[in-house]
Design a protein around this ligand. Structure first.
Ligand code: UDP
Length: 492
């Protein structure tokens, strides 16, 4: 007879990094695992919990009464490190001093993590790569730790190659355009020096990446919000060249019909309703969507060029802008107000837009993106071609994947990496932006080929998460393995 313990569902603790781009896919993943019968808990702090609360509530509502275990959010206080009350995530960090405080807070989150493991003894944890100490902490409790970063396998493989071989060493230090070649990858991947992490510029970041990469390597395995047919060579590369165990479970959240209002505090906001109604009026494929995730900030000069680019493209657009950019005199070129005032050609969305709903609207025919992985995957799932404008970090690798491997987009030609805390002198001009939009939305052969590839991938993304698809099977396989592990541990 099965013991009491064996009848319990598998319990997985998810422990996301304190940024929406990490929390959102973790909430999606927890919903996915819960739909496979897994008891999921998400451990985070109050402000971060609020980012995913409505998505988790909706996931729980969807399975209520079916016997599937509900997802719990376990909140712990944000460590007191001298940040103002309510500042608990990367989004609100605007100075180097605060960044250091946040790093300290992250280190201090080990204590509540430890406590949760001791008190609840989950069968496994899926902890963010940015918590490298969680590998050792989980090992001390005899609990397998799977790592999750929320980027592509391609980007992680590129980063691992950079860290392993440091090809920057042999290059002229002051030439940002020097070509960096990343060895040992399935494709020939080259970037510019100015686009990759540089230990001479930021030793802390370089060492932290080394630490996270090493901790992930020591983990039980790695979970990716991606799917095998999107980057098959990199699945193979991970298994055979790097000898790392991976499960690709994505696109998480995209199987669900309920795309509404994810990440926002309540249901669909009136502004979101207005935007979707505006899109309903537009012909299929006629609107370019332009949005840059949760962490990107633009200078007024850049915004001015974006506005000029949209103007010159002559296309309809939805542009998501930050509420801090409301002073139009800083960025609005002549003639632009006429495009948005009657709302005939343009819709400016202030604040949190329902991105997945917009991308899945038939009126949307192109997406100007910073190449954050969630945005890329959402566009892939919606079959929308991309105009790439990476800003920093993994975004430049994701751009390479989009342009050179998947061939579902074109670039505006960004040459330098700079986070929102670093100086940004590069301003992409409006002509480049308009040209990029035309190259994916226009009528020539190149645009048609790009759009066809994007639509093909949408089909593959959907199949991956259906019963019998590769991601569905990876989730099942991981659950079976962890269940078997629990039984064998209990026998010992
Ligand atoms: N997002 C959204 N509405 C917004 C801004 C962002 O729904 O107005 C979501 C977007 O759909 C994606 C996530 O926030 O799921 C951003 O993640 P990504 O990896 O693209 O970028 P990051 O913010 O981490 O740079």
């Amino acid at each position: 007879m099965a013991s009491n313990d064996e009848q319990q569902p598998l319990h997985v603790l998810f422990f996301p990094f304190v940024a929406p781009g990490h929390l959102i896919p973790v909430a999606d993943m927890a919903a996915l695992f819960a739909s496979h019968g897994v008891k999921c808990t998400i451990l985070t702090t109050p402000v971060n919990a609020a980012v995913i609360r409505s998505a988790v509530d909706r996931a729980n509502d969807a399975v209520r009464g079916t016997g599937a275990p509900a997802i719990d959010i376990s909140t712990v206080p944000f460590p007191d490190v001298g940040l103002p009350p309510g500042v608990e995530s990367v989004v609100e960090i605007s100075s180097e001093a605060d960044r250091f405080r946040l790093l300290e807070a992250i280190r201090l989150l080990r204590e509540p993590f430890d406590r949760f493991l001791a008190d609840h003894r989950p069968d496994a944890v899926v902890a963010d790569s940015f918590y490298p100490w969680s590998t050792a902490a989980a090992a001390e409790h005899g609990i397998p730790r799977l790592s999750f970063l929320g980027t592509s396998m391609f980007a992680r493989a590129c980063n691992a190659s950079l860290l392993r071989s440091n090809p920057l060493e042999g290059l002229p230090p002051d030439d940002p355009d020097a070509v960096v070649s990343l060895p040992g990858l399935p494709h020939r991947v080259t970037l510019r020096r100015g686009q990759v992490m540089d230990p001479r510029k930021n030793e802390l970041e370089w060492n932290y990446e080394k630490l996270t990469n090493a901790a992930d390597q020591r983990s039980y395995g790695e979970v990716f919000n991606s799917f095998a047919q999107l980057e098959p060579d990199y699945v193979e590369h991970y298994h055979t060249t790097l000898g790392r165990r991976v499960w690709l479970v994505g696109p998480a959240g995209h199987a669900s019909e309920d795309l509404a209002a994810r990440g926002s505090a309540g249901g669909l906001a009136p502004e979101a309703e207005r935007c979707l109604r505006w899109l309903d009026e537009k012909p299929d494929g006629s609107v370019v969507f332009i949005s840059f995730g949760t962490l990107t900030r633009f200078t007024a000069a850049e915004l001015w060029e974006v506005a000029r680019g949209l103007q010159q493209s002559g296309r309809n657009f939805v542009w998501v802008m930050s509420e801090s950019d409301t002073d139009a005199s800083q960025w609005m070129p002549e003639g632009f107000a006429e495009l948005i005032d009657p709302g005939e050609h343009g819709f400016i969305f202030w604040g949190w837009a329902p991105q997945r709903l917009i991308l899945n609207h038939s009126a949307v025919g192109g997406f100007v993106t910073h190449c954050g992985w969630n945005s890329v995957l959402e566009a892939v799932s919606a079959g929308v071609p991309l105009v790439t404008w990476p800003r920093y970090g993994d975004q430049f690798y994701n751009e390479k994947l989009i342009l050179e491997v998947l061939k579902i987009g074109v670039s505006v030609g960004a040459r330098f990496s700079a986070s929102k805390l670093e100086d940004r002198s590069e301003v992409i001009n409006g002509e480049k932006i308009a040209e990029g939009i035309d190259r994916v939305m226009g009528g020539d052969e190149e645009a048609e080929a790009i759009r066809k590839k994007a639509v093909d991938l949408r089909g593959k993304a959907r199949s991956a998460v259906e019963k019998g698809g590769s991601s569905y099977d990876d989730v099942e396989q991981l659950i079976t393995e962890l269940m078997a592990r629990r039984s064998s541990v209990n026998v010992l």
